[in-house]
Design a protein around this ligand. Sequence first.
Ligand SMILES: [Zn+2]
Ligand SMILES: [Zn+2]
Length: 82
Amino acid sequence: MQIKCPKCSWKPQDDSLWTCESCSYEFQIFNKNATCPQCEFEHIDIYCLEWEGGCGLMSPYLDWFEGIDEKLLDINVKKLFN
Ligand SMILES: [Zn+2]
Ligand SMILES: [Zn+2]
């Protein structure tokens, strides 16, 4: 599964850092499931890092995962048959 901005297709790098909306701690948001490791604030919308070439706009966390709808569908289909 690939992670990229749904609006401009910018892809986060390994060293891309987001700032926690609650406590300003800097962390790699996609490695932490959008949850701040310091204050446990859960981010609903993720902004695109403009200073790394992105568009700077916010998008819902799950929209960053390309093809997640198909994957969820797969899981639901499997559940139906189990
Ligand atoms: Zn925090
Ligand atoms: Zn973007």
